[in-house]
Design a protein around this ligand. Structure first.
Ligand code: F6P
Length: 343
């Protein structure tokens, strides 16, 4: 009987997941494996919900946004009785291996299933936040940031016409990579990221200067920055203990502060989930494809407990446990690079 690989996608979706599913399945077919998709992340394993992943299901999905498998932020380790259900369903479905595609949360669960229950798992990193320390880039980031740069340019056009300060609030959770790259590539006048406190006076002084010169000033703000003190209520946390950042609205709050301090008319826009939709860029299609292929190869070689990672231009396997131990946040040197352009 053919060996069977289960594939799941968990956490926030991002462009590049379908290329990765396709890459993994197409390579697995080379080894004579049958592939099956688990629906909506870990929830699919808890409930035993699947869909077939045959050649006709994956052959032409490389340009599709989202994930054909659906996703959720289900954490079986946080729901009573879910872990035994996962173990039982793994057996019932006749799976020989599991490929889990996700960010730190989904892969953290994968790592626990491997180390605590010896489930044969391979991880594939995905996140538009680009915050996984073991890999140089994650697919999803390039597409999301390309969309944000386009939004930044549009905001500058309208801002210039009205002589306004424009704020673009982007996603990225606790890492400022999306905001930083958007600011750099979109020629922004300031960037606020969660790794560093917002220096309101310095920012406003510079905005006034840039506005005088350009008749517009653009500030890119990452969703998780802290302005002043803030209490995080219990109900604002998801199953993985992360803040539900949609409730915070930092762009609007930043706009109030900037308008008050500079006396310049200011408007804020939140790009939000628009960043996660649409067709993946060339970079994300190729990266998704490569890491998907490598995941199937690791499974075939029996290298479980590993995660696929991009190191330089080479795709390698690294330990899942180490890969999920630490977040990759923006270091001082990248912030300094951005500051070169705030003149
Ligand atoms: O982790 C990816 C991400 O897009 C973050 O940048 C953002 O904070 C979060 O997901 C949004 O999650 P949801 O889709 O559950 O609102």
């Amino acid at each position: 009987m053919a060996k069977k690989i289960g594939i799941l996608t968990g956490g926030g979706d991002c462009p590049g997941l379908n290329p990765a599913i396709r890459g993994c399945a197409m390579r697995a077919f080379d080894f004579g494996y049958e592939c099956v998709g688990l629906l909506e992340g870990w929830k699919g394993l808890v409930k035993g919900n699947t869909m077939p992943l045959g050649l006709q299901d994956v052959a032409d999905i490389i340009g599709k946004g989202g994930t054909i498998l659906g996703t959720s932020r289900t954490n079986p380790f946080k729901q009573e009785g879910s872990v035994p259900q996962c173990l039982e369903n793994f057996k019932k479905l006749g799976l020989d291996a599991l490929v889990a595609m996700g960010g730190e949360d989904t892969l953290g669960v994968a790592s626990r299933f491997y180390s605590e229950y010896k489930i044969p798992i391979v991880g594939v990193p995905k996140t538009m936040d680009n915050d996984l320390s073991a890999t140089d880039y994650t697919f999803g980031f390039d597409t999301a940031t390309t969309i944000a740069v386009d939004a930044a340019e549009r905001l500058k056009d309208t801002g210039r016409s009205h002589r306004r300060v424009m704020i673009l609030e982007v996603m990225g959770r606790h890492a400022g990579w999306v905001a930083l790259f958007t600011a750099l590539a979109g020629a922004a006048d300031w960037v606020c990221i969660p790794e560093f406190p917002v220096d309101v006076k310095k920012m406003c002084d510079h905005i006034k200067k840039a506005h005088e010169r350009n008749k517009v000033a653009l500030v890119v703000a990452s969703e998780a920055i802290t302005i002043g003190r803030e209490k995080v209520e219990e109900e604002q946390l998801d199953e993985f203990g992360h803040m539900l950042l949609k409730k915070r609205g930092v762009g609007e709050r930043l706009a109030e502060i900037i308008e008050r301090e500079t006396k310049l008319e200011t408007r804020a826009s939140v790009i939000g989930h628009i960043q996660r939709g649409g067709s993946p860029t060339l970079f994300d299609r190729i990266l998704g494809t490569r890491v998907g292929v490598k995941a199937a190869e690791l499974a075939q070689e029996g290298k479980f407990g590993e995660m696929v990672a991009l190191r330089g231009n080479v795709v390698v396997g690294v330990s899942l446990k180490e890969a999920t131990a630490q977040l990759k946040i923006v270091p001082e040197s990248w912030k300094q690079l951005a500051e070169i352009f705030f003149k």
